[in-house]
Design a protein around this ligand. Structure first.
Ligand code: PQQ
Length: 680
């Protein structure tokens, strides 16, 4: 097949192709496959019975070691996906031959303006074009046949506080895109652009700005009544960094809105308030972007409990009535079933252990547990922690089993109030002092414990099969690491997921039993997809460790370059080679600094370094400083204070740290390394 045929097919992707995508089993036309985003494929050539002959069809090394979260889209045998640094690939889905690659050349300094690494979740395709967002906030349209640029628009203020990691969604000839940055100083919004020209059609702000400037939308005046103080000065938050869904029949767009900025409501909106529309699902008119309804999962968020998590649209029979619902498992630990016509709360219950509430009231509003707002001057050990019971990792809904398969995480955090907060600025990079997180690292060591909450260092994952009507877990598979890949389910009764240990598993959707496994070498974040070309069914998975937790830690002893794996029945390609662990030894350098200096260094490390680096366990997508070589330590000052590694994303901290602080951090790193070597 040549590229000409390909252009014709891509050009033919219309609104109606997207609306009827479910009946097109061969292609994977948009982020969650169809507008329902249920990640359920009707393909069933690959079954429990035929799995014996499932083998690698081809693999493609992408030559980069940062995190990969992208869901590829496939049309007529061509696959499009994004990799680290917002780079886009087009490959032949039958053999992995690269057709073109487009690098938007994101400035590397962006790396320190991101909460979670240089990641991207994918593209949208429509009318012969490929659309994607860049880390520095551009929305770009490329010619699908050649990768040449059609247009590019700057979608966010260029103040360095915003970024784009989420995939665009196509709605009625428009490209919808959100953004991230609520850990910094962002005010969330989602924008619709004309797909053919890039012209802005509408924009919806999720939180009110300064009332003195007037409100862009009437409902923001109502929302402003739920805020106090001068919240707009730090943006307010509410970024739409992942879920954007569309129901063509109702002509409604559903957006998942993120956390507050600052995290702590006491600082963001002193005196309280629900702070609409933080942590909410908001329904908008698809043509105008006008507000229709909202459902707030976490009123007055203080915990980074975003409601940006993937949303699935489904038709469920509830109490004998067919209901058009949407389902979400946001970070706060509760699974919600909402009437997607009206926004009415139908049902909800916790899908993971949680201790910040004593449950939901009849309207789905959480009843907060005592101490949950951590205002006592102590650190409160709350579950879920800020990474949520479920993060951005896509869940899947299987219409045949009626179950939702959710990659959940079991983790807590010591939340602590900090009044003398640092504010986001251009000089201070990510970390509690740099971002708008207002946490007190000094209190981490003395939290108020809950015996049922997972203690520090005991975080784990669990893939669960969840009944959305009975709100019951039907089966669950415990996983040692709490950050595991997104999920796919098929009409053959299978559930597929890659995990942090680098194993891709195909499971029986009814029992969870692993029926086929493959070693993909590095930890997995991205969800698998399945498609068919020339009558053959393929399964593809992008492997590349990183993302929020993958920056800091990994569950394998070596990270490999990002690799796209594709399997089919009878596939006999040779698996990419595994190599021995290359985990560097802990540094042997020692320090004679006193414990006061080490303590100061610890605080600086928490505030300035810990957003990206960890010590001891081997690091993730960025290095473990305690395992740096002597050569690295010998140019330590050049790296930290002069930007010697700025091209790789390590910020120049010359304006942030002075010589004394740098020496204190080094003292802490070497002291800590010595303790680790001694097994303390
Ligand atoms: N991104 C990840 C990841 O890639 O693993 C995890 C998270 C994000 C979070 O837990 C977040 O809270 C988060 N928040 C924002 C935001 O507030 O704007 C953005 C992002 C992002 O863009 O990836 C994440």
């Amino acid at each position: 097949k040549g590229s000409v045929e390909h252009v014709q097919k891509v050009s033919a992707i219309t609104d109606s192709d997207l609306v009827t995508a479910d009946s097109n089993a061969a292609d994977w036309l948009s982020y969650g496959r169809t507008y329902s985003e249920d990640r359920y494929s009707p393909l069933k050539q690959i079954t429990r019975e035929s799995l014996d002959s499932l083998g690698l069809a081809w693999s493609l090394e992408l030559g980069t070691k940062r995190g990969i979260q992208s869901t590829p889209v496939v049309v007529d045998g061509i696959m499009y996906f994004t990799g680290p640094w917002s780079v886009v690939w087009a490959v032949d889905a039958r053999n992995g031959a690269v057709l073109w690659k487009y690098d938007p050349e994101v400035p590397t300094a962006m790396a320190s303006k991101l909460c979670c690494g240089v990641i991207n979740r994918g593209v949208a395709i429509y009318q012969g074009a490929v659309f994607f967002g860049t880390l520095d906030g551009r929305l770009i349209s490329l010619e699908a046949s050649s990768g040449r640029i059609n247009w590019s628009v700057q979608t966010v203020p260029e103040d360095g506080f915003y970024s784009i990691t989420g995939a665009p969604r196509i709605v009625n000839g428009r490209v919808l895109i959100g953004n991230g940055g609520a850990e910094f100083k962002a005010r969330g919004f989602v924008t619709a652009y004309a797909a053919d020209t890039g012209e802005q059609v509408w924009r919806f702000y999720t939180v009110p700005g300064n009332p003195a400037d007037g409100f862009e939308q009437p409902e923001l005046a109502l929302a402003a009544k739920t805020w106090n103080g001068e919240w707009w000065k730090q943006g307010g938050g509410g970024t739409v960094w992942d879920a954007i869904n569309y129901d063509p029949e109702l002509n409604l767009v559903y957006i998942g809105v993120g956390n507050g900025s600052h995290w702590n409501r006491e600082i963001r909106s002193p005196g309280g308030g629900d702070n609409l529309y933080l942590s909410s699902i908001v329904a908008l008119d698809a043509d105008t972007g006008e507000y229709r309804w909202h459902f707030q999962t976490t009123p007055g968020d203080s915990w980074d409990y975003t409601a940006t998590q993937p949303i699935i649209l489904a038709d469920l029979e509830i109490d004998g009535e067919p209901r058009k619902v949407l389902m979400q498992a946001p970070k706060n630990g509760f699974f919600y079933v909402i009437d997607r016509v009206t926004g009415e709360f139908i049902s909800g219950d916790n899908y993971v252990y949680q201790n910040w509430t004593t449950g939901l009231d009849a309207n789905g509003r959480p009843i907060e547990a005592e101490g949950a707002r951590y205002l006592s001057g102590k650190a409160h050990w709350l579950t879920p922690g800020p990474l949520g019971g479920h993060n951005w990792f896509p869940m899947a809904f299987n219409r045949d089993t009626g179950l939702v398969y959710i990659p959940t995480g079991h983790q807590s955090m010591a939340y602590s109030y900090r009044a003398d907060v640092g504010y986001a600025s251009h000089e201070v990079p990510f970390g509690p002092l740099g971002g708008n997180m207002s946490l007190d690292g000094k209190l981490y060591n003395e939290p108020v414990f809950d015996p049922k909450a997972p203690p520090p260092g005991q975080r784990s994952g669990r893939l669960i099969a969840y009944d959305p009507i009975k709100h019951e877990e039907v089966w669950g598979i415990d996983q040692p690491f709490f950050y595991n890949g997104g999920v796919l389910t098929t009409a053959a009764g299978l559930v597929m997921q890659g995990d942090a240990e680098g194993i891709f598993s195909i499971r029986d959707a009814s029992t969870g039993e692993a029926v086929w496994q493959y070693d993909v070498r590095s930890g997995v974040l991205a969800p698998p997809i399945t498609y068919a070309v020339d009558g053959e069914q393929y399964i593809s998975l992008l492997v590349g460790w990183g993302g929020s937790q993958g920056l800091l830690a990994k569950a394998v002893d070596k990270l490999y370059p990002g690799t796209l794996y594709t399997w089919k029945l009878g596939g006999s390609a040779v698996a990419p080679a595994k190599q021995a662990s290359d985990m560097a030894a802990l540094t042997e350098l020692t320090t004679d600094a006193d414990l006061i200096a080490v303590g100061r260094g610890f605080n600086h490390f928490i505030n300035v370094c810990s957003g990206c680096h960890e010590l001891g366990a081997g690091g993730g997508a960025v290095p473990d400083i305690a395992r740096s070589s002597d050569a690295v330590f010998s140019i330590y000052e050049d790296i930290v204070l002069k930007g010697a590694l700025a091209s790789q994303g390590m910020p120049n901290l010359g304006a942030v740290l002075n010589q004394q602080e740098l020496a204190d951090i080094k003292a802490y790193v070497l002291y800590h390394a010595a303790r680790l070597r001694a097994g303390v």
